[in-house]
Design a protein around this ligand. Sequence first.
Ligand code: ADP
Ligand code: MG
Length: 242
Amino acid sequence: MAAISLRNVVKRYGKGRHELQVLHGIDAEVSDREFVVIVGPSGCGKSTLLRMVAGLEEISGGEIAIGGRVVNELEPAERDIAMVFQNYALYPHMSVFDNMAYGLKIRKLPVAEIRARVDKAAAILELGHLLERKPRQLSGGQRQRVAMGRAIVRQPQVFLFDEPLSNLDAKLRAQTRIEIQKLHAELGITSLFVTHDQVEAMTLAQRMIVMNAGRMEQFGTPEEVYHRPASTFVASFIGSPP
Ligand code: ADP
Ligand code: MG
């Protein structure tokens, strides 16, 4: 069974003559534990697609299933997902521990369970010695890891990443990319990762969905996409220098 199924997914914004169709029937099946990158130029509909999987945008047509369950009508909190955004915000007055534990406290998990989950995530992200610190006492890279820790402790079935690296400087971007790869290797959580950056897509993806103007141009491994582009768009988009 596919971890994520997109079946003829359509999105329209606006009504009447202001209507704008931004997704024209996306079909894709993401396997369990797979890391799939959605790549394409700005405005092609990547964030819209990801936000629909997250339940942050209504679906205009088609069907989305997570772990075999159709989620079209489910609220974000009812979907077994965690999302990492480009502009992560930590609570400045809370410690690292409390930042990571916050979502679990809201869900009223037992204190021991919260402690165990935060400790496990902190160990994976090498944050164990920083749990009592406040965000302002952390480096940019450490803050980024706390933001990821917050997603990990939820133990979701699916991770959704919307350009989490694009506001970082080159060094931190490279570090965080490695961190995300390590995380996926250790936890094996099915991931959808959105980026407009071809190089980032090629390095991170097990398979990649190449999008253009609301359509899927190709879904394949980086090798397939690079060596056997399905269209002239894919050839020029992937072949062009970063
Ligand atoms: P990407 O993430 O690939 O840059 P988006 O999914 O953000 O693309 O946007 C796809 C298209 O949908 C763009 O033309 C954008 O202007 C439009 N769009 C995005 N969000 C909205 C919205 N809330 N209302 C109307 N149009 C939107
Ligand atoms: Mg976007």
